[in-house]
Design a protein around this ligand. Structure first.
Ligand code: SF4
Length: 120
């Protein structure tokens, strides 16, 4: 049965940084790489699978639907690995109400995209 739009909720988008500001390039004009200094205590910028699961569930639950848009940003988000993004889509499909639609937007410098990525 199709899930109706949930009234009383406003649609919104967030950008997700699965590797924080990490990037495989070092563009002179980049104003984001310097953000690594904001995370000095963590040692790693990788988004965990546990956080991915929790974020995905809460993000979908907070939306009125029927279209949920995920935006992957960086740094270079592809550095997180293809398996991570396959899991992301798996979780999105798990939590998506029946009849709703998913969108995934990826901002990338494209230098790491190979055949497998493109097929995905
Ligand atoms: S590709 Fe983008 S994120 Fe990476 S260094 Fe260049 S401007 Fe910064």
């Amino acid at each position: 049965m199709e899930q109706p739009v949930q009234k009383g909720k406003e649609p919104f988008n967030t950008m997700v940084f699965p590797v924080g500001p990490s990037c495989n390039l070092n563009c002179e004009y980049c104003n984001y790489l310097e953000k690594t200094s904001l995370y000095q205590d963590t040692g790693s910028f990788k988004m965990s699978y546990e956080l991915l699961d929790e974020f995905t569930r809460q993000y979908i639950e907070a939306q009125p639907g029927p279209v949920i848009s995920f935006c992957w940003q960086g740094g270079e988000p592809v550095l997180r690995g293809l398996d991570f993004f396959k899991k992301a889509v798996e979780l999105q499909e798990k939590y998506l109400p029946s009849g709703w639609q998913l969108q995934n937007n990826l901002q990338t410098n494209a230098t790491l995209l190979d055949e497998e990525w493109c097929r995905f």
